[in-house]
Structures are given as structure tokens and as C-alpha cells.
Design a protein around this ligand. Structure first.
Ligand code: ADP
Length: 434
């Protein structure tokens, strides 16, 4: 600052001294004329610099800042520093903003900032996707013009955001959103939207599962209960009556036991995240065991064949594969009328190990095939129950297949028979002597 006053005063002092000299040598008139001329020149110079400053301020860029001498040099150099500092701060802020935008874009939730008039000030890509917003055109638009569902507008107007609103977006009715508003600042609101489609699906599956298990258990329990009450109330109970009742009760408790066993197997398979305990399985020996079990179950009413066309061993978990192969054979026996033919096959297809069970049974209509591995899905409920089915066999097979990276293939024709095959990846085949 001192420098500024010094620079300003030195020429004035010099000019005044010179004018005084003129006055002393000549007279007052030339001295005054000289002063006037100098003042006019100085005024013109300052006016010119002010004009340049004004011009520059209209588009204040660092590169175009004017250069000047004298006191204006100081002014322009200060302005230069200010603009430079300002540019630097702006760059830093833009950088920060970009970071925040990147962070919010990576959020697994939609986020939008609404002002006091519910206009969208900013939104992240997921919010654009959830509400079908256009980041360019919809900014500063009233959100209630863009999201018009009555429940959304009502929720926003009621301003009670303790519980989230769950709704389907207008253009994506297969999606379920959980929406919340969080008030902040002066009358601003943060709109948070979360895609809960998957969660809701899992919750619905859980509800169905509990309902199914309860239903499956209630029927045999009711039957057993009925017999117990009859036995208690019957005064003239004969030995045959008691035998018959006990026989029925045993069947029903067996049914419950089967169900609980399958439920436990399924739950173990679903929850086991540990790596599969694997060994090279001698499939021929395993199939012989399953074949023997099948003969017992079959009671001689079908003709069951075992065809081992490959001597490759299979890398996998013996217990799990025994359960899956056994379930497929048991289904073939249960859904094939007496006198039918059932073939158990172990073969290779293009290097891939394939286990299959073919039957000449009742077959399955095409529309049921994609759903067979769902828990409790049955084509004919009463036939499944009559034969002791739990509705979980193929769900177990599916899990075992998944854990062994195998594909389930179903070929079936109603009234003619079915073939269920498990196709394993090549890497699971081991040479016979391996
Ligand atoms: P279930 O205990 O009812 O047999 P699964 O999960 O093993 O349950 O099978 C589901 C349904 O698939 C069965 O109820 C049956 O309708 C059908 N199914 C399975 N295997 C066969 C087969 N070999 N032939 C005809 N239908 C079959």
C-alpha cells in the first residue's frame, strides 16, 4: 500500500516542483498552464486504464488481463493474483464435486435433491433409472409432474417419512422400489430410492415355503390325530382295527419323516458354502448300490436295467451324488406304472460324463418341465403323495447338480416316458485307474 502512495505522489511532487520553478523563472501563467496540461494527460491516462479494466471485467480471463505501468501495474497485478487464486479454488471445488458425484453414482441407491418447491436440483444415475428421469431436461422440474403415482404424491404431501413407501415405478412395473424422503437444510429433501425387487421375491419365496411345509405336515398330522381319537373313543376295538389304524399311522409318520429328511438335506445343500469335499468316485460301484436300493423300492414290478457305457470315474461328493442319482431312480419307479422299463445309464458325451435315468412311465407335459425343480412343485399332487413323494426330490437334485457344475436335462413325452440326465463338465471325468 505504501508503495502505491509513493508511486502516486512522486510524479505529482516532481511536476509541482517543476511548475514552481517555471513560476519563479517566468510567471504564474506558464506554470499554471503546465500544471493543467500535465493534469489533463494524467486524467486521460487513468481514464484509458479504467476503460481497459471495464472491458476486461466483461470477460475476466487470466490470459487477457491488460498490462500497464505506474499505479495501474499494481492494480492489475493484484487482479491477476485474485483471478489466479479464484481459478485454482474453482478447479479444486470442481474436483471435489466430481468426487462427490462419482461417490453418489456408485451408491446402490437412487439419490435426488429436491428444493422447497419439490423441484429436482440434482439426481444420481440410479435415481434417473428408477424414476425414468432425464438428467438434462428434468432438472428443476417439479418431481410430482414426473412421478405421478397417487401414492407417491400423497406420501410426499403427508410428510410422514418414518416408514418407507413401497411402490412400482410407472414404466417398470416388474420393479419394486422402497422410497424415503430425508428432510435437511432449509426445507430441502433428499429422495432415496432402493430397488427391493429381489428382496421382496426372496421374502415371497420364504412365505410360500413356510406355507408349503406347514401344509405338507398338517395333512399327515390330521390323519394321525384322527386315528388316535378314534382309538381312544372306540370301546369295542378289535385287534384288526388296531392293526389297521397303526398301519395308517405308520404310513403318515413315515411321510413326515421323509419330508423332514428331505428338508434337512435341502437346507444343508443350500447353506453349505464350504468347498465340496471331492473324491474320484467309482460310478459303477455307486450305481450298483443305487440299483440294489431301486430293486427293493420297485418290488419287482418294473424291469430295471443298469447300463455302464463308460469306465471313467467322477470327481465329486459321493453322498450328494448318491442322493441325487437315488432321487432320479426313485422318481422313475414312482411315476412308471407296473410292467414298465427303467434304465440307469452311465456314459460319456463328447468327453462329458453323463448320468441318466430313462423310464417308460407317465411322462410330463412340456409346460411343467421348466418348473419341476422348484420346491414342492408337482404335476399331480395326489399321485406324488400316494407314492410317498415330498415334492423336494428334484430340488435336491438341482442343488447337487449346481454344486458339481452339472446341467440337468429333461426329455419327456406325456404317456410315453421320461429321461432325466445329469451332464457333468469334462474336468470332472477322471481316467478309470486315476
Ligand atoms: P415328488 O416327491 O413329488 O416326486 P420331485 O421334486 O421329485 O417331487 O418331482 C417333482 C414332480 O416332477 C413330481 O411330483 C412329478 O410330477 C414330476 N416327476 C418327477 N420325475 C418324474 C418322472 N420320472 N416321470 C414323471 N413325472 C416326474
Amino acid at each position: 500500500m505504501q508503495d502505491f502512495w509513493l508511486r502516486l505522489s512522486i510524479p505529482i511532487v516532481l511536476v509541482t516542483l517543476f511548475a514552481l520553478l517555471l513560476w519563479a523563472v517566468f510567471s504564474a501563467t506558464p506554470a499554471l498552464l503546465f500544471m493543467l496540461l500535465v493534469l489533463l494527460v494524467v486524467m486521460a491516462h487513468h481514464a484509458r486504464q479504467l476503460y481497459r479494466l471495464g472491458q476486461w471485467l466483461q470477460d475476466a480471463r487470466l490470459e487477457t488481463i491488460p498490462e500497464a505501468g505506474g499505479v495501474w501495474d499494481e492494480v492489475f497485478s493484484r487482479l491477476y493474483k485474485m483471478v489466479k487464486q479464484h481459478n485454482q479454488t474453482r478447479l479444486e471445488l470442481a474436483d471435489e464435486l466430481q468426487h462427490i458425484e462419482q461417490a453418489t453414482a456408485a451408491l446402490p441407491e437412487g439419490v435426488a435433491i429436491l428444493n422447497e418447491a419439490n423441484r429436482i436440483e440434482w439426481c444420481n444415475p440410479l435415481a434417473q433409472q428408477h424414476f425414468d428421469l432425464d438428467a438434462e431436461h428434468d432438472l428443476m422440474q417439479d418431481i410430482t409432474y414426473l412421478v405421478r403415482q397417487p401414492e407417491f404424491i400423497e406420501y410426499l404431501q403427508e410428510s410422514n417419512f418414518s416408514e418407507p413407501l413401497v411402490m412400482r415405478p410407472a414404466r417398470h412395473d416388474d420393479m419394486l422400489l422402497s422410497i424415503k424422503f430425508i428432510p435437511y437444510g432449509v426445507n430441502k429433501r433428499l429422495l432415496i430410492s432402493r430397488d427391493v425387487t429381489q428382496l421382496e421375491r426372496i421374502e415371497a419365496m420364504r412365505r410360500d415355503f413356510v406355507a408349503n411345509v406347514s401344509h405338507e405336515l398338517r395333512t399327515p398330522l390330521t390323519v394321525v390325530n384322527g386315528y388316535v381319537e378314534n382309538l381312544r373313543d372306540m370301546t369295542d376295538l378289535t385287534r384288526e382295527d388296531a392293526q389297521r389304524a397303526l398301519q395308517r399311522m405308520t404310513e403318515q409318520t413315515k411321510r413326515m419323516e421323509n419330508l423332514v429328511t428331505d428338508l434337512l438335506t435341502l437346507s444343508r445343500l443350500e447353506n453349505d458354502r464350504s468347498p465340496l469335499r471331492e473324491e474320484a468316485i467309482d460310478v459303477e460301484a455307486l450305481l450298483n448300490e443305487i440299483y440294489q436300493d431301486g430293486q427293493l423300492l420297485n418290488g419287482g414290478v418294473h424291469s430295471v436295467h443298469l447300463e455302464v457305457q463308460s469306465n471313467a470315474k467322477l470327481l465329486g461328493n459321493r453322498d450328494e451324488l448318491r442322493s441325487a442319482f437315488g432321487n432320479l431312480l426313485s422318481n422313475a419307479i414312482r411315476y412308471t406304472p407296473a410292467g414298465g422299463i427303467i434304465s440307469l445309464r452311465w456314459a460319456e458325451r463328447g468327453g462329458q460324463p453323463v448320468f441318466s435315468v430313462q423310464d417308460s412311465g407317465i411322462g410330463i407335459a412340456a409346460q411343467h418341465i421348466p418348473r419341476l425343480t422348484e420346491r414342492f412343485y408337482r404335476v399331480d399332487r395326489s399321485r406324488s403323495r400316494e407314492t410317498g413323494g415330498t415334492g423336494l426330490g428334484l430340488a435336491i437334485v438341482k442343488h447337487v447338480a449346481m454344486r458339481h457344475q452339472a446341467k440337468i436335462e429333461v426329455m419327456s413325452e406325456e404317456g410315453k416316458g421320461s429321461t432325466f440326465a445329469l451332464v457333468f463338465p469334462i474336468k470332472r471325468a477322471c481316467p478309470a485307474n486315476g
